[in-house]
Ligand binder design. Structure first.
Ligand code: AMP
Ligand code: MG
Length: 689
């Protein structure tokens, strides 16, 4: 026995009667039974629709059939709203409340007034916005200027449903605010009329013959065939899709917990907190028999083995700078949202013909943010200022410098092309388009882009936490007294700041002496606090090289002998599921290995994808002979268009790191570089520093 016998999808509408002839943006419903479409009905208003639903439910119940009834509007509001209105978090209490408040008839309803009234109770600047009527309504802003929402802008599920609208927006193409208000009272009456037989998903257990669920029909559907009304085609497609799902699949999709805000059927629930599985213990294994691994092979191996390890969260736009997008972000609004003028001048219906043009001026003007509320008659012109939305009757603008104004007329010389000096709606980005893709590390330019396309909350990955630990008996803390044979720990401050500059969260694990037990305890601690551990020192195979020894003991260490200068072997391993990068102790080698190996790996684990540093070819200001067999990185900087290298290649020379502004990379083969020859220079900036 399957879960349901009949599947019905309803496309709702918050507007008035749509007339006798079937048309789009009206109420549509499709019934599917036994895998075939029974009916597709056009329901011209909500009185008709409510009657239709009542009779449908009655018929299904008396025939002993189980019915899944889907609607395309939110069943709940963002968290906190129900409680603020009704005193309880129960969304169905809000349904009762709306049924009391809403007055509805085929020709008029009070949804905008009610939105204004609710807003007034919260200070008059939100949560609802956009008055779709000509008359002003106290408390209901026409635009989002000066808007303040005391509640979240979206429900949790809407962060996962690309292109969804919020229930706070009351008017405008695609807005669902009105549909919710005009839909909940109808569903509420049905719920009470068939009490005991209807369950509202996901607020009530689905142990009744009728399940009323929220579904968003345009989700995952392509474009409608040209000969079909989109709404009619969509309800049919969704009802058919539901009817073809296996019970296991349907059961899985219905199994959500969202007791206050509700959910949209079909939106996977496990996405908001992607906590990826840990990396495998053998993820750093090297192919057997390899002696010295070339740099490119080592990098390819890391790229292949590592995956993102961070979960996701949603943060306000203002806190999203530098964070990594957890998923694609879809523009909620076009940029520009309306066609507007690119210059100060006079607007009219173009094009203008060759020769002298004289046009009477229409009274009034259009300015940015202050639209002209009327139609400019054909043959007339209107004063219009940069950024103003083009009013009805205007599609072309003449620059004010090219115009003479006298006696209520303008005169200028044609021709002027249709659309001259205007910007098309969406010419930059259109609503519904992917504005930025998953993995993007957000920049200040992105702050502008996201704001312009109406994104105020951003799905990002949790920041990657990178622990830094120094090892060595000889190390003392800068500021302490250093005895004979002791040196100050230079690597840790350098590595912590590198991690910070690369946009990860540094976790300072301090220093440990070359003592296995202490090191072990510290690594245990680190694996709890961080996603990745960087150690420096003790990474080779010598007597005091405890990092590599410990990891080897734990059975999860690989000594990567990479054909690279500077840099001795890199110890890569897993400690209690946390990857460890054992960097060489020499500060120069530690930095080079961090930039060349650790950075792209960390970027990959943080969800940004593998990061190749951008280098470029610059004439050398030096001479150098290099033997084949390993890649070399030299501390370098550009002066007068040529790249200079530090006078010593000694890997203990920390001053050379400060002197340099980047690295010269010399390929694995032999090379004799003469002054003026092109060499590859990678500025520190290319490593995100
Ligand atoms: P190791 O890899 O432990 O054999 O160390 C190689 C060289 O780097 C030795 O000369 C160490 O003294 C030096 N060294 C190791 N760790 C640090 C550090 N944190 N700061 C400065 N030098 C270090
Ligand atoms: Mg050491």
């Amino acid at each position: 026995m399957s879960l349901f016998d009949s599947f019905v999808m309803v496309d709702w509408s918050g507007g008035n009667d749509t007339g006798p002839r079937p048309r789009k943006d009206a109420i549509w419903a499709c019934v599917v039974r036994d895998g075939t479409v029974q009916t597709v009905d056009y329901l011209r208003n909500r009185v008709v629709a409510e009657e239709w639903l009542r009779s449908l439910i009655g018929t299904e119940l008396s025939a002993g059939r189980r019915l899944m009834l889907g609607f395309d509007f939110p069943f709940g509001y963002p968290s906190g709203f129900a409680k603020a209105i009704t005193g309880t978090h129960d969304p169905l209490a809000l349904w009762d409340w709306f049924e009391d408040q809403i007055e509805d008839s085929p020709t008029a309803n009070n949804r905008f007034d009610l939105a204004g009234q609710i807003n007034s109770g919260f200070g008059g600047k939100g949560p609802f916005w956009m008055n779709g009527l000509r008359r002003d309504i106290a408390g209901l802003p026409r635009t989002k200027q000066d808007y303040h929402n005391p509640f979240p802008d979206r429900r949790a599920v809407e962060h996962l449903a690309k292109g969804s609208f919020t229930c706070w927006q009351m008017a405008g193409t695609g807005a669902v605010g009105g549909q919710v208000m005009m839909g909940l009272p109808v569903l509420n009456r049905l719920r009470h009329a068939f009490g005991g037989k209807i369950a509202i998903w996901p607020f009530q257990p689905l142990d009744k013959p009728v399940a009323v669920v929220e579904i968003w029909p345009s989700l995952n559907l392509g474009a409608a065939p040209p000969d079909r009304i989109k709404d009619a085609w969509q309800v049919e497609q969704v009802a058919l899709t539901l009817s073809r799902m296996t019970d296991q699949e349907l059961d899985r999709q219905l199994n959500v917990s969202a007791s206050e805000e509700g959910w949209i059927l079909g939106v996977a629930q496990d996405k908001p907190n992607i906590s990826p599985p840990p990396l495998r213990n053998d993820c750093f294994a090297l192919p057997a028999g390899v002696n010295w691994t070339p740099v490119d092979d080592a990098l390819a191996l890391l790229q292949d083995r590592l995956r993102p390890v961070t979960g996701a969260e949603v943060v306000p736009l203002a806190q999203s700078m530098g964070r990594v997008l957890a998923e694609d972000v879809v523009a909620q609004r076009s940029n520009p949202p309306q066609p507007n003028t690119a210059v100060d001048g006079y607007g009219f219906a173009g094009p203008a013909a060759e020769g002298a043009q004289v046009m009477p001026l229409t009274e009034g003007r259009a300015a940015a943010g202050i639209p002209f509320d009327g139609t400019v008659p054909s043959g007339h012109a209107l004063r219009i200022l940069t950024g103003a939305a083009l009013p009805e009757g205007v599609d072309t603008v003449i620059l004010e410098e090219d115009v003479t104004v006298r006696d209520g007329h303008i005169a200028f010389h044609g021709p002027l092309k249709l659309g001259a000096n205007t910007r098309r709606a969406g010419e930059d980005v259109s609503a519904g388009e992917v504005a930025l893709t998953a993995g993007r590390k957000l920049t200040s330019a992105d702050m502008a882009l996201l704001s312009a396309v109406g994104i105020s909350e951003v799905p990002v990955r949790k920041p990657l936490r990178v622990a830094v630990l120094s090892t060595g008996d000889e190390l003392v803390e800068p500021g302490d007294t250093a005895g004979i044979g002791q040196i100050f720990d230079a690597n840790r401050p350098m590595l912590l700041s590198l991690i910070d500059r690369m946009g990860f969260v540094p976790v300072d694990l301090g220093r440990v002496a070359d003592d296995r037990e202490t090191l072990k305890a510290r690594l245990d601690e680190a694996s709890k606090q961080a996603d990745v551990i960087l150690t420096s020192g003790g990474a080779s195979a010598g007597d005091e090289d405890h990092v590599s020894a410990l990891l080897r003991e734990a059975g999860a260490m690989q000594e990567w002998r990479i054909a690279l200068k500077p840099g001795r072997p890199l110890a890569l391993g897993m400690w209690s599921g946390t990857p460890v990068f054992g960097l060489p102790g020499n500060p120069v080698a530690a930095k080079v290995c961090t930039l060349i190996f650790a950075r792209p790996a960390l970027c990959q684990m943080s969800g940004q994808g593998w990061a190749e540093p951008q280098g470029f070819e610059v004439p050398a200001a030096f001479e150098k002979r290099k033997k084949p067999g390993r890649r070399e990185y030299l501390r370098a900087r550009i002066r007068k268009g040529r790249v200079e290298v530090f006078h010593s290649e000694g890997s203990g020379r920390i001053s050379g790191l400060s002197w340099a502004e980047g690295l010269v990379e010399i390929e694995d083969g032999a090379r004799h570089i003469q002054p003026g020859d092109l060499v590859r220079f990678i500025p520190y900036g290319s490593f995100g520093l």
